[in-house]
Ligand binder design. Structure first.
Ligand code: SAM
Length: 226
């Protein structure tokens, strides 16, 4: 197992597979984003492992350190702060760099939670085809991003943070009138909620809910058929 890509919970610590736990127990080192987040998960399962943090601003030295561990035959497990590493988080770039430097690396997927898939599963929208667009760009390309949603044939999945959710929904509302929309907040967590129905009403509901602007969001938009 030189490098295992291990999915971890998106909130509820029980959403982790036996195989993920066994893989973490077998690893020599766990590569993670925020060591505090991963330490909390490992402590919950009484797993003690050296942690090595990897994030989007990691420099070449850190990447070389990881590659050196793989060269030494160490078993590494990559996790992210939540969900499946590589899905809209820095894990994808790390795997890319490892494959560029050490193409023979055996990379194994240990699948599990993913916020996009969890949200799709409760959306009630057709999910045989969907478009995953991840986070909206903050500035450049934002209008194009909104237009891409409006013109999609398939339901579109978007990730957004608590700081930007209202801005995104207001801009979306100014661009289109979805046939259906669901805003999933804090899925699997204590204040889990799925807002459905009219977009204007959803914006009002989120604005007036004290808990709503804390938290993490997945938005699923089904555009009207042309
Ligand atoms: N790799 C993760 C996955 O598999 O879903 C996604 C990582 S991305 C950096 C973090 C974003 O995922 C959050 O800003 C939010 O949009 C979404 N997300 C993560 N956990 C969530 C949850 N419990 N409820 C709703 N959205 C969540």
């Amino acid at each position: 197992m030189p490098l295992a890509i291990v999915a971890t919970p998106i909130g509820n610590l029980e959403d982790i597979s036996l195989r993920a736990l066994n893989t973490l127990k077998a690893a020599d080192t766990v590569l993670c984003e925020d060591t505090r987040v991963t330490q909390k998960l490992l402590s919950h399962y009484e797993i003690k492992k050296p942690l090595l943090s990897y994030h989007q601003h990691s420099n070449l030295t850190k990447i070389n350190q990881i590659i050196e561990l793989l060269r030494q035959g160490k078993q590494l497990a990559l996790v992210s702060d939540a969900g499946t590493p590589g899905i809209s988080d820095p894990g994808g770039e790390l795997v890319h760099q490892i494959l560029a430097e050490l193409p023979e690396t055996q990379i194994e997927a240990i699948p599990g939670a993913c916020a996009a898939i969890a949200a799709l599963s409760i959306s009630g929208m057709p999910t045989d085809k969907f478009l995953f667009l991840g986070f909206p760009p903050h500035k450049k390309g934002r209008q194009t991003f909104l237009k891409k949603i409006a013109s999609s044939e398939y339901p579109v999945v978007v990730y957004e943070s608590k700081h930007r959710i209202i801005k995104f929904l207001e801009e979306l509302e100014a661009t289109m009138k979805p046939e259906e929309i669901m805003v999933g907040r804090e899925l699997t967590k204590m204040y889990e909620c799925a807002y459905r129905g009219d977009l204007k009403n959803i914006i009002t509901a989120i604005k007036s809910d004290a808990n709503a602007q804390k938290g993490e969001f997945v938005v699923i938009i089904k555009p009207k058929k042309k």
